[in-house]
Design a protein around this ligand. Structure first.
Ligand code: MLT
Length: 410
């Protein structure tokens, strides 16, 4: 019989959010009369901005004409979108990124999961803990780790984010080759200052490492002193790849559009020490395995950079941040300490008890779904993540129910 890739056997049986969905379905089947409010997976709930819908409609109408029809587009994305991204997300903030350093794709999950493919099997990888599970699982699938022992894969260098360090991991003492970072962080909602990012960029330069920087939640930053992109840090273009997404700022989780920045200055070496362009390798991989995002979706994404689009995504992200404030103050009023929710849609709650137990209490007693911190790694134990992506009425109702469930129990 055909043999499998045995690295898959090292993975946990199912992906975190599938695991939670199974528990929620089982609970709903056993309690059909109970209403459930989902503040678990970070999926947006509010409608697509009008500017995006209009651009989407117009592009579909164009596709219905012989002159305006589009077949396969450029794998890297249409020039109109790459130019709008480079100008608005980077050049406007003093980061010198060129449109042809941008690769448009169907999701930051795919890009942050796939990027590791272009590196050697035996590189040393630094992974945050807690962490978005995609970075871990894709490296396990690729065979870069040993077994999982006590919720830790052999072979990774773990960057621990704990209450003691304010959930900002320290630079490792040893040298690594590849570093995953995410700010504003998923799951903790913590943010990094320019000085903190500079330390990572300097460390990467010192050890000839590359940084995979996930900035999917950047649109939630309101603190003007915080960097929006790693390329605002001097020298980052020589060491960092950045992932961005239209999912959380413009409500594209179901529409699918994202992009990855791969500067042309980035180099990695082969076994003999000869340098190669990371941009060229990623371009080769992208063109082989990906055929581009559809024309109407790219037109809809471009619309967020119009004057109207900018206003609409600002009010969309303001709306979720207001939800986050409601969640954070309700949870703090119950005596829990939290991070996130101010420049991020996630609130990371120190539950002071096993996270799956707390998840079960909130599901069973309040009908509210959260994400147990242990699902994000060993340092996530005793925490839960609450997502602010929902309607205001559901957020208010969820906080009322949690308050009732926890104070009635006390
Ligand atoms: C999350 O809940 O962590 C996110 O929705 C996951 C994702 O964006 O893929």
């Amino acid at each position: 019989m055909t043999r499998i890739n045995e690295n898959y056997l090292k993975l946990k049986a199912s992906y975190l959010f599938s695991d939670i969905a199974k528990r929620v379905t089982a609970f709903q089947e056993a309690n059909p009369e109970k209403s459930i409010i989902k503040l678990g997976i970070g999926d947006v709930t509010e409608p697509l901005p009008a500017a995006c819908r209009e651009a989407f409609h117009n592009a579909i109408d164009e596709m219905g004409t012989r002159e305006g029809f589009h077949g396969y587009g450029p794998e890297q994305g249409y020039e109109f979108l790459r130019k709008a991204i480079a100008l608005n997300d980077f050049q406007a903030r003093g980061a010198d990124i060129d449109p042809d350093e941008i690769f448009v794709s169907d999701g930051a999950k795919c890009d942050s999961g796939n990027f590791q493919e272009i590196f050697a099997d035996d590189i040393k990888i630094a992974i945050p803990d807690p962490v978005y599970p995609v970075y871990v699982d894709t490296n396990v699938m690729a065979g870069r780790t040993g077994a999982n022992i006590d919720d830790r894969y052999e072979g990774f260098v773990y960057l621990e984010a704990t209450p003691e360090n304010g959930y900002i991991p320290a630079i490792p003492e040893e040298k690594v080759d590849l570093i995953y970072l995410c700010f504003p962080n998923n799951p903790t909602g913590a943010t990094a200052t320019k000085e903190q990012l500079k330390m990572w960029v300097d460390y990467a330069k010192d050890c000839d490492a590359l940084i995979l920087f996930d900035a999917a939640y950047v649109a939630f930053i309101r603190d003007e002193s915080l960097p929006r992109s790693i390329y605002e840090i001097e020298g980052a273009k020589e060491v960092a790849i950045e992932f961005r997404s239209f999912s959380k700022n413009a409500g594209f989780t179901g529409t699918r559009c994202a992009y990855t920045v791969v500067p042309k200055d980035l180099k990695a070496v082969d076994e003999s020490g000869t340098e190669h362009s990371v941009h060229a390798l990623w371009n080769r991989r992208h063109c082989t395995k990906f055929n581009g995002v559809s024309y109407p979706v790219q037109k809809a994404a471009e619309a967020i950079y119009s004057q109207e689009g900018k206003k609409e995504i600002r009010s969309l992200t303001d709306f979720y941040l207001e939800n986050a404030k409601v969640v954070r103050s309700a949870v703090e009023a119950l005596g829990f300490s939290c991070v996130g929710g101010d420049n991020s849609p996630y609130i990371w709650v120190n539950a002071n008890r096993p996270s799956w137990d707390f998840f079960d209490v909130l599901l069973n007693e309040a009908g509210v779904v959260t994400t147990p911190g242990a699902g994000f790694g060993r340092c996530g134990e005793n925490h839960i993540r609450i997502s602010a992506f929902n309607s205001r009425s559901n957020i208010d109702e969820a906080m009322k129910r949690i308050n009732h469930a926890l104070t009635a129990k006390a």
